[in-house]
Design a binder for this molecule. Structure first.
Ligand SMILES: Cc1ncc(COP(=O)(O)O)c(C=O)c1O
Length: 488
């Protein structure tokens, strides 16, 4: 390990080295088996004689803290703490106190919940099936990038992203989504969340009004809050966001038109046209979050807002979180040319660029057809799950649930018929006890608690995700859920 030793004066240097290493072993910072730096190297770093370090090491060895073996060097004795070091090997408690205070805005912004648990029957929304990812191919592609010959000069890359990846993404979305774009319009980001951050930095003044769907996807709302903007929730009905409910001073409208999150509704064509025309009249920007539209099981996808846009007001966002893995943190934005420089500059000053080896590997993955193959395979897989759940909702579960029509994405939503929010909570608790994990439509997710589907304001909604549950566990998961419904 790269050991830190600091001297308090120049007296008894060997004693000081001994004391500090001993303390590090006792409190678990140095763990059994970890090697100390060679005495010659530590002496050079500390500007002391090798003899001084030798004295300290000899004393530590004599007392059993370290062991020295020819060829293996000096390392912390493995036998010292058979049950772990004195502190239990855990990290020392975080330092409390400190007189610095964050800006007040941050006190209202939570950390994400711990989602690491793996329920037996996982119907949580937002997950793709991580078991079916082509890991071997991805390992090969990333491995090829982690060679000196692929690293070039090692200097930082372009803020807008790896040139080959921008070409590959532009081609991919031109073909699969009819997005009007060229590689110059594409900026590679660490997921959609970062794309929204960059757009907010570039377009929003503090206090500006941002309209979001209600209910809607929460992380962008938190981001807008952190930028000091004013957020207004706009209700959603069976055709998507209700354009007539937009306040005249909205500077930006964030929408998920392909597959509204979380209701699953697709924004109708008249609504799309109305939204674009509203934005033009009010000089507002539209963020089109197209997070999971690759998974569509019936009908033709509607044209993205981006390709219907005639006045350069739409910023189109895509993510590899659903088509690949959410933990890769890879996404992109397509912006009108008027914002290109500012967005690239915002990317530069926030994190310079997204990790280059992953970008280069992704470019290869798209170019050699791996992404399209994986999407095709997963679409079949998810479609089977979607149909199985839809059959269940319109069949055996129809007594209790009414599905909201949806033919895309990785989850379905359904009203709890004749039930209250309390009933739904009881259902979720019972399901949890049976190993079945589901979410309800979050209540109060937006700042203005407007109704979600304006037709039926108060009816609780259950969300059923199918990305995380293997197809062969679906029947048993649904059977358990049905039993919980029967006992409601
Ligand atoms: C509406 C919506 N947008 C975007 C994302 C993905 O964002 P990111 O690319 O930051 O992972 C999700 C993931 O659950 C989502 O539900």
């Amino acid at each position: 390990v790269d050991l830190h030793v600091s001297f308090d004066g120049r007296a008894n240097l060997a004693g000081q080295i001994y004391q500090q290493i001993r303390a590090a072993v006792l409190d678990g910072r140095l763990r059994p088996g970890e090697t100390l730096p060679p005495s010659r190297e530590l002496a050079r770093r500390l500007a002391v004689s090798r003899n001084t370090v030798g004295l300290a090491y000899d004393r530590l060895a004599a007392e059993g803290f370290v062991t020295t073996r020819a060829g293996a060097g000096t390392y912390v004795s493995a036998l010292l703490f058979p049950d772990g070091p004195a502190t239990g090997g855990s990290d020392p408690p975080a330092r409390s106190g400190g007189s610095l205070r964050p800006r007040p805005i941050w006190s209202g912004i939570p950390l994400p919940p711990d989602l690491s648990a793996m329920p037996a029957f996982d119907f949580r929304v937002g997950l793709p099936d991580v078991r079916l990812f082509p890991y071997a191919t991805w390992r090969r592609l990333v491995g090829e990038q982690l060679r000196a010959s692929a690293m070039g000069s090692g200097m930082a890359g372009e803020p807008a992203g790896h040139p080959g990846l921008r070409i590959a993404i532009a081609r991919h979305i031109r073909v699969s989504r009819a997005v009007h774009t060229s590689p110059q319009d594409v900026l590679v980001t660490n997921g959609i969340q970062q794309a929204i951050d960059l757009i907010g930095r570039v377009l929003l003044e503090p206090g500006a009004c941002v309209a979001v769907e209600d209910p809607g996807y929460r992380p962008p709302q938190l981001l807008f809050e952190s930028l000091g903007t004013r957020i207004v929730g706009i209700p959603v009905d069976g055709e998507g966001l209700i354009v007539d409910a937009l306040p005249a001073d909205a500077r930006m409208i964030y929408v998920t038109p392909s597959h509204q999150f979380p209701t699953g509704v697709a924004m109708s064509l008249p609504r799309r046209i109305a939204l674009l025309s509203w934005a033009e009249r009010h000089d507002a920007a539209i963020i089109e979050d197209d997070y999971d539209s690759e998974f569509r099981y019936a009908g033709q996808p509607l044209e993205p807002l981006q390709s219907l846009d005639r006045s350069g007001r739409v910023l189109y966002l895509g993510s590899f979180s659903k088509t690949m893995l959410p933990t890769l943190r890879l996404g992109f934005l397509v912006a009108p040319a008027s914002l290109r420089h500012a967005l690239q500059a915002a990317k530069f000053v926030t994190d310079w660029h997204t990790a280059q080896p992953a970008q280069a590997a992704l470019a290869e993955f798209i170019d050699e057809g791996g992404l399209a193959r994986h999407i095709r395979r997963m679409r079949n897989e998810y479609q089977a799950r979607h149909e199985r759940i839809a059959d269940e909702l319109t069949g055996p579960m129809a007594r209790w649930l009414e599905p909201i029509p949806s033919a895309a994405g990785l989850h379905l939503s359904a009203y709890l018929k004749d039930g209250t929010t309390e009933d739904l909570r009881r259902l979720l608790a019972r399901a949890h006890a049976a190993g079945v994990e589901l979410y309800e439509l979050p209540q109060g997710t937006t700042v203005v608690p407007a109704g979600y589907l304006s037709r039926r304001p108060a009816q609780p909604v259950l969300l059923i995700g199918y990305g995380g549950i293997p197809t062969d566990r679906l029947d048993e998961g649904l059977r358990r859920l049905r039993r919980c419904l029967e006992t409601l």
